[in-house]
Design a protein around this ligand. Structure first.
Ligand code: ATP
Ligand code: MG
Length: 564
């Protein structure tokens, strides 16, 4: 089970649990669950819920179930189930043998509905959907009772049985709870519990043509599993009285406590499965695992680590009020983690050829370069040096402005782990005037990185040997949206997609040690950022890297400013 070193700070949910433990409300048990509907891939908002539910179970020595809340046949499928299982595992949480499906409870749920009818607490209503809506009333006006509300128990039982048997068209009848059409809480105005829907369910096939509504299935599934704390997001606050009502009427053995917390909203992205499905379906991204997607699958492919995501979820904590979390905090957590674990290597994204004029042609020497300057345990690798090199195009300027300290005509700089070099001339493209080659001298006395005469240089730049380096494609990812909160804007959210969210660089050069780099492995390209070998498109001989995050940390600046 995943655990971060520090114990999570307390929050209002943990305080409630502490209180329940003090009062022995659940005989000292803590049982939670993570209940996704398999109608899409999990996103970082779900990760927050996963970390919360599994984290609480681990902290209190309890259990956390994984339950597919699969009570709506449309849109649910096995691919989504498989992805959810893979993602929760990847986050390093363990449900042991407690993987459950709400669809396994269909018969039990049906029997509970029959019980409600027998108690006079549910009835078959034959109004159509629009009429039900009309009768429901508004926030300021009470609803009207259905003309079918007072059907006899026998008639209700008979109709409900025949609904199940497939005697009626979709929508002809529904089963409703008999509560209070004048309730202040609209959810309590005789909510629908079952509807007729002829659809093939990915697990139960065509066995059923009636399906329970979420509110009915959810609380009873929690109860069947003897959940103690049913943690969900704030939009279900109004459903809590219904949840409690159903469990009370049925006098079930186990009555969980529902607790609501604010869902995660993250700037410059969207956390809604419905919207994410649209992005995938309309081809705005390459799939659920597009590295720009806020899905777990996308973040895994992007190169984020499970530790970074868990750490982020812990840092944002849980609250009762909705807020928009700055995506820079997520980047910060990713960077923090990769700073520790990612080996340093050299790669040049926009190569500019450098020729060391008086270095013998065909000669090669190797520099021993540590993988991590602060962690010698990570070892080192040999980096070849030769006459022809590549440096980053932006590390050279023919006419440097003040404060540009890198390579320029007449200027000396240090090559990372190597010699001092000094620019003596440039070769230009006769047509465009663009500098295409920089000629330098090198000082053989500076191999240690320092000059024996004590002279200093103002910059150290990264490089690769032209003939030894490997070609690579590098994909630079940026935010998926141009605006912080695309769903709050006037137009359709897809209008605000960032067209520059992906830039593909095809002529990058990376040091030869990356030849066999495993798909998914992460590196720091010195001075550039963190990158990972793409899980799908990278092969030996055709390396593809994804930029995970650039090196610069805008979050550190933001939090600095906030402190002031
Ligand atoms: P979406 O709104 O993206 O479609 P959902 O709530 O319909 O998500 P579910 O599969 O029902 O998706 O979610 C499973 C669990 O994850 C629920 O308990 C839900 O409350 C929680 N969850 C979903 N989105 C978030 C979020 N943004 N922040 C925190 N928890 C979330
Ligand atoms: Mg939901």
């Amino acid at each position: 089970m995943a655990q971060n070193n520090s114990s999570p700070p307390s929050d209002f949910i943990r305080e409630i649990i502490d209180e329940h433990l003090r009062t022995n409300r659940f005989q000292g048990r803590v049982a939670t669950r993570f209940p996704p509907e398999p109608n899409g891939y999990l996103h970082i908002g779900h990760a927050k819920s996963v970390c919360l539910n599994f984290g609480i179970a681990a902290q209190y020595g309890g259990t956390c179930n994984l339950r597919m809340d699969d009570t709506d046949p449309t849109g649910e499928n096995q691919e989504y189930v498989d992805s959810i299982i893979q993602d929760v595992k990847w986050l390093e949480f363990d449900w042991e043998d407690r993987l459950f499906y709400a669809s396994d409870y269909y018969e039990q749920l049906y029997q509970h509905a029959v019980q409600l009818i027998k108690k006079g607490k549910a009835y078959v209503c034959s109004l159509n959907a629009a009429e039900i809506r009309d009768y429901r009333g508004t926030l300021t006006e009470p609803g009207k009772e259905s003309p079918y509300r007072n059907r006899s128990m026998e008639e209700n039982l008979d109709l409900f049985k025949r609904m199940r048997a497939g005697e009626f068209e979709d929508g002809a009848h529904v089963l409703r709870a008999k509560i209070d059409m004048a309730s202040q809480n609209i959810t309590m105005r005789d909510p629908v519990l079952y509807r007729i829907k002829r659809a093939t369910h990915y697990r139960t096939g065509t066995k059923w043509c009636i399906y329970p509504m979420y509110d009915f299935a959810h609380c009873l599934s929690d109860s069947v599993e003897k959940i103690t704390h049913s943690i969900c997001t704030l939009e279900f606050e109004n459903n809590r009285p219904l949840y409690d009502w159903i469990l009370d009427q049925l006098n079930v053995e186990s009555h969980p406590q529902q607790i609501e917390f604010a869902r995660l909203n993250l700037s410059y992205t969207i956390l809604s499965k419905r919207r994410l499905i649209e992005l995938v379906g309309r081809g705005h991204v390459t799939g659920w695992d597009d590295p720009r997607m806020p899905t777990i699958a996308g973040m895994r492919r992007r190169g984020y680590t499970p530790e970074a995501i868990r750490n982020f979820c812990e840092r944002i904590g849980v609250a009762k009020n909705d807020s928009l979390i700055d995506v820079a905090l997520l980047d910060h957590c990713v960077r923090d983690d990769l700073n520790e674990r990612a080996p340093r290597v050299m790669a040049v994204l926009n190569p500019l050829r450098v020729v060391i004029d008086h270095y013998p042609e065909g000669q090669t020497e190797e520099f021993d370069c540590p993988y991590h300057p602060q962690n010698p345990g990570m070892g080192s690798r040999k980096v070849p040096f030769s006459r022809d090199l590549y440096i980053e195009r932006e590390d050279f300027l023919e006419n440097p402005p003040k404060k540009f300290y890198r390579l320029a005509p007449g200027r000396e700089v240090r090559l990372r782990y190597g010699y001092f070099i000094k620019c003596v001339s440039v070769v230009k493209d006769p047509k465009t005037g663009e500098v295409i080659e920089v000629h330098c001298t090198y000082d053989p006395e500076t191999r240690s990185g320092f000059a024996p005469d004590g002279r200093k240089v103002d910059a150290t730049i990264h490089w690769v040997s032209a003939d030894h380096s490997l070609p690579a494609e590098v994909r630079l990812y940026d935010r998926l949206f141009r605006v912080a909160n695309p769903l709050e804007e006037k137009s359709d959210f897809t209008e605000y997609l960032n067209e520059k969210s992906l830039e593909i660089l095809k002529s990058c050069r990376v040091e030869p040690s990356l030849k066999g780099a495993a798909p998914g492995s992460q590196f720091q390209f010195e001075r550039v950022g963190y990158f990972c070998v793409d899980l799908k498109d990278s092969f030996p001989g055709r390396l593809v890297f994804n930029r995970i995050v650039p090196l610069r940390d805008s979050w550190a600046k933001i939090s600095e400013k906030k402190k002031k």
